[in-house]
Design a protein around this ligand. Structure first.
Ligand SMILES: Cc1cc2nc3c(=O)[nH]c(=O)nc-3n(C[C@H](O)[C@H](O)[C@H](O)COP(=O)(O)OP(=O)(O)OC[C@H]3O[C@@H](n4cnc5c(N)ncnc54)[C@H](O)[C@@H]3O)c2cc1C
Length: 471
């Protein structure tokens, strides 16, 4: 058994994981392919490079990412500490000087006697995941732009159909913010079967369908046309050159579909066939369907609404849909290059690979989305890799299969914390898994309902911080 832990990828997650391991007195070999090879989005030679916006989002307690950062501060995250130290004025947001941030993280890791930084592309020569996992513990944190040669190995390890290269996600809204005077439950077939029933009986029955997977938002002609007219005019995100080539191959953004003609959406994802609006007793002109997105049923995604619209435009245009006028968007739709695995099937709540317990994943490749979320997963994977290492040393007989797993030697974060909720989200069964960022919708509800949104978020914040402080 190796007397070190291997971390592959010196980005946000890998750097945090390496720090967490080293500070627990365990040696780390951190492999980073730069400067020999750069992904299409990386250009700086340092570790922990910020590839796009220099913002780590809001610091407010009533913001989900604000909560996540505060949890990470309490748990001594190197990267959040460094972000605080290299911050530049940005109102309530934590924005960093990107050069200083990466330089400072690199300096910290370089001077740490427990960390050896090796600038080589993993997957080349004799550097292979399976081989290293036979001899010791490894964390794979190679990010959304994992090099091709390693992506191939990861595909072989996980099963190729469990590895994705593009993210085409629809927006997600909090259920509590949907206007339930307009929305109605049920799926298309349910409605088809019911269409010959007496309308009053049917109305009564449909009220009882509140456990159904779909919520439906009916539109009349005027509402539909207003929506489509705004959708086709809305501003979209400029894609990177490397993304333009392939991104639309399998999945057309809703705004592109809408531009094909005023009725295209009504004959596509907004098809009203088989539905009757309980308010009118008639088939609506169009229907937007929302599908349950988490086990708790607190968040719903807009079916078929994968989009490239700017976030502000998504809020403006999708709020025109009747029932979503006051919607809280947990996550906006995105379409971009993103290498990620089907974590619900492959990982547990400690980011440990279910099929091979010497292997952990961390960062965006696990389906957490965003800088701070990647750091959070690096911290959890790092801590748990240490526990596995110590456990193995104690037994002096490491065996790399799940039967030998010792649950007591895992650090599972409470799902009432944002760190724990993210870990739970990515590891919980979900046949339509899409990457997820920090948001209050993935936390379990408060024991007592709080109607005021700000007050609810603040209580969720306090509840989470109290748990983290006790760790
Ligand atoms: C173009 C783009 C823009 C983004 N913009 C934002 C944004 O504005 N805000 C936000 O919150 N999130 C953004 N993200 C999402 C995400 O938060 C970041 O990508 C984040 O850096 C992910 O952290 P990570 O540690 O998982 O991966 P990375 O930070 O990308 O780190 C992975 C590291 O692994 C290295 N590597 C890859 N393959 C190998 C290999 N075979 N051997 C050794 N090393 C290897 C890479 O060089 C890299 O240094 C963006 C993602 C992309 C792709």
């Amino acid at each position: 058994m190796n007397d070190f832990i291997t971390v592959i990828g010196g980005g946000l997650a890998g750097s945090e994981a390496a720090y967490q391991i080293a500070k627990r007195g365990i040696k780390v070999k951190l492999y980073e392919m730069k400067p020999h090879k750069f992904s299409p989005a990386h250009s700086n030679e340092n570790l922990a490079e910020i590839v796009c916006s220099n913002s780590f989002k809001s610091n407010l307690p009533t913001n989900a990412c604000g909560l996540l950062k505060e949890e990470l501060r309490i748990l001594d995250s190197l990267l959040i500490k460094t972000a605080d130290q290299t911050s530049i004025p940005a109102g309530q947001a934590l924005a960093v000087d990107r050069e200083q941030f990466s330089q400072k993280v690199t300096d910290e890791l370089q001077k740490n006697p427990n960390i050896e930084i090796i600038n080589k592309e993993f997957g080349t020569d004799d550097l292979h995941i399976k081989k290293i996992a036979e001899q010791g513990i490894v964390i794979i944190a190679t990010g959304p732009l994992t090099s091709d040669i390693l992506a191939k190995e990861i595909g072989e390890l996980t099963g190729n159909k469990e590895l994705h290269f593009y993210d085409a996600a629809a927006p997600i809204v909090e259920k509590d913010s949907i206007d339930m005077n307009i929305a109605f439950w049920g799926d298309r077939y349910e409605q088809e079967r019911a269409k010959n029933e007496d309308i009053d009986e049917w109305r009564e029955r449909i009220q009882g369908l509140n456990e159904a997977d779909y919520l439906n938002l009916p539109m009349n002609k005027e509402e539909y046309e207003d929506f489509v007219n705004e959708l086709v005019k809305a501003e979209v995100v400029e894609l990177h050159e490397f993304e333009k080539r392939e991104i639309f191959e399998g999945c057309m953004p809703i705004e592109v579909m809408a531009k094909r003609g005023i009725d295209t959406l009504r004959f596509g994802p907004l098809k009203p066939v088989g539905f009757t609006d309980p308010r009118t007793g008639y088939r609506p002109y169009a229907v937007v369907q929302l599908r349950q997105d988490n086990k708790e049923g607190t968040i719903y995604n807009l079916v078929g609404f994968q989009t490239n619209l700017k976030f502000g435009e998504q809020k403006r245009v999708f709020s025109l849909i009747p029932g979503l006028q006051n919607a809280d968007f947990t996550k906006y739709g995105v379409m971009h290059r993103n290498t990620y695995i089907n974590s619900p099937k492959l990982l547990d709540e400690t980011y440990n690979f279910r099929n091979e317990s010497n292997i952990f994943f961390a960062g965006q490749i696990t389906g957490v989305e965003g800088y701070v979320e990647s750091i959070s997963s690096g911290l959890v994977a790092g801590i748990n890799a240490c526990l596995r290492y110590e456990n193995a040393i104690n037994k002096s007989n490491i065996k790399s299969n799940t039967e030998n797993e010792d649950i007591e030697n895992k650090k599972i974060f409470d799902d009432k914390t944002m760190i724990g909720a993210l870990a739970k989200y990515i590891s919980t069964e979900n046949d339509k898994f899409q990457p997820m960022n920090a948001n209050f919708g993935i936390l379990p509800n408060l024991a007592e309902k709080e109607k005021d949104k700000k007050a609810r978020y603040y209580k969720l914040y306090e509840r989470a911080i109290e748990i983290i402080k006790k760790l």
